[in-house]
Design a protein around this ligand. Structure first.
Ligand code: ZN
Length: 218
């Protein structure tokens, strides 16, 4: 069973769509997983790979309750810009304890934590469904970075794609998704960074690992 759910609207009024897959009825209930891409609009490979994952899940459902958001920032994706239409870096806009009102040029965190409708939409969904596992898909590094309880998942995914595993992303990320749900929330958070590849190659490298993230018994 799957259904498309509009979880919110962007600054420019575009719908932010999630595809919700329910596991087969015989599967043991597990807390939902959320996988999202293109929080940065200039990183379209995440949106591509998650759209391909949805096609895959239509043929064979996941082993756990799964929500896929191919593009959290569809305004940025359409414009080819990293930030949203208010020129805010959504991955610095989350209400983490380390959120700061000023950050480096190009990483504007917003007037207040979770000031942006895209950030609000994702946070509201996570709260509503009680998600505990997260994969955020970015580019262009070749990396699996984990926060909170995400280490085992990152290492398992690395067995499939051969990417480097790190305990954090290697630079300060105040107000990031990882800070709120990994550092503060101590949930299972993995950032998958896909290098700039042809779409088919990116999917071929990451299909098994993304499948693993939604099939793993825990
Ligand atoms: Zn990114």
């Amino acid at each position: 069973m799957h259904r498309e759910v509009e979880i919110g609207r962007t600054v420019l009024g575009r719908p932010i769509m999630a595809i919700h897959f329910e596991p087969p009825s015989y599967a043991r209930p597990r807390p939902p997983a959320v996988l999202f891409g293109a929080i940065h609009g200039d990183e379209p490979l995440g949106a591509h790979c998650l759209a391909r994952l949805c096609e895959d899940l239509l043929e064979r459902p996941p082993g756990r309750d799964t929500w896929i958001i191919p593009a959290l920032n569809p305004d940025g994706l359409a414009a080819g810009t990293k930030n949203n239409a208010n020129d805010i870096d959504l991955d610095r806009n989350f209400a983490a304890s380390n959120w700061v009102p000023e950050h480096r040029p190009g990483y504007r965190p917003g007037a207040a934590a979770e000031s942006e409708p895209e950030t609000q939409a994702l946070s509201a969904l996570i709260k509503r469904i009680g998600a505990r596992r997260f994969v955020a898909v970015h580019s262009p590094y070749r990396l699996l970075a984990w926060e909170g309880r995400g280490r085992a998942l990152a290492e398992a995914m690395a067995e499939h794609n051969g990417y480097e595993v790190k305990a954090d992303r290697g630079y300060p990320t105040p107000g990031s998704f990882n800070s709120k749900y990994g550092r503060d929330g101590n949930l299972e958070v993995v950032t998958l960074e896909i290098p700039f590849l042809e779409e088919d190659e990116a999917w071929a490298q990451n299909r098994a690992g993304l499948r693993y993230a939604v099939d793993l018994p825990t």
